[in-house]
Design a protein around this ligand. Structure first.
Ligand SMILES: [Zn+2]
Length: 239
């Protein structure tokens, strides 16, 4: 019997295309995303965080019940609320632009016009196709255009975009584009190396692979500058 396929309309690079269920499953397993912006509904923030926690608590309880779990058990009783709070207030709180870190800028008084690299920024994200963790390191670089940003802000920016259901390509581009905007320069580079638990703990169950994505803007598209950046990433320093 042929499986009934529903068609879903999505916008891809401005064109409206139709996707079948089968294609949507393939997109999930192949980790294809549809846009640089996180696909959000226009009414995404009509509900307060507390209202969202209350609703997700009920929905998650329903999932657990459907799986046959006994929610009267002391160990499971609090799980739906814990998961709901964790979704809204922790691991997905980067969906809300109100939680964007304040990227205070400083004048580059010492005229440091060389490349600045902050490497090995740890982050935890979640795959938007399976809702299981992506664990990775981000390496961020820019060349000052007269302004500099506090180093910890780079960590916070990475973590803000990581705290969304994500695909690694989009995470990389969102960090890169936001940093270009904040620093008023195209000269920004991002490399992300991450492990996807949807690849490691399920599906093909490959525990050793990692995925590398990169964003090169402005001068970082020049071979010499790009290579300088990549050389810094190879530096092994013991602290
Ligand atoms: Zn996945």
């Amino acid at each position: 019997m042929k499986q009934k396929e529903t068609l879903l309309n999505i916008l891809l690079n401005g064109d409206r295309i139709e996707l079948s269920d089968t294609l949507i499953d393939d997109m999930g397993d192949n980790h294809v995303s549809t846009s640089v912006d996180t696909p959000m509904r226009t009414d995404a923030f009509n509900k307060t965080d507390d209202e969202k926690v209350n609703e997700i608590e009920k929905h998650f309880a329903a999932i657990m019940e459907t799986l046959g779990l006994d929610l009267t058990d002391d160990s499971l009783r609090g799980t739906p609320r814990r998961v709901a709070k964790m979704y809204v207030k922790e691991i997905f709180n980067g969906l809300n632009p109100a939680n964007m870190p304040n990227m205070a800028m400083f004048e580059n008084k010492y005229k440091y016009n060389e490349m600045l690299v902050e490497k090995n920024i740890s982050f935890y994200s979640n795959c938007e196709h399976h809702f299981v963790p992506i664990i990775g390191k981000a390496h961020v670089a820019y060349i000052s255009n007269g302004y500099v940003v506090g180093l910890s802000k780079l960590n916070r920016l990475v973590q803000y975009f990581a705290k969304r259901p994500q695909v690694q390509e989009r995470l990389t581009m969102q960090i890169g584009k936001e940093l270009q905007k904040v620093l008023s320069t195209d000269d920004v580079a991002i490399v992300i190396d991450a492990k996807h638990l949807c690849v490691a703990s399920r599906g093909v169950e490959d525990d050793t692979s990692s995925t590398i994505t990169a964003f090169y803007g402005g001068k970082f598209r020049e071979e010499k500058i790009k290579n300088e950046f990549l050389k810094y990433l190879e530096l092994k320093t013991e602290f």
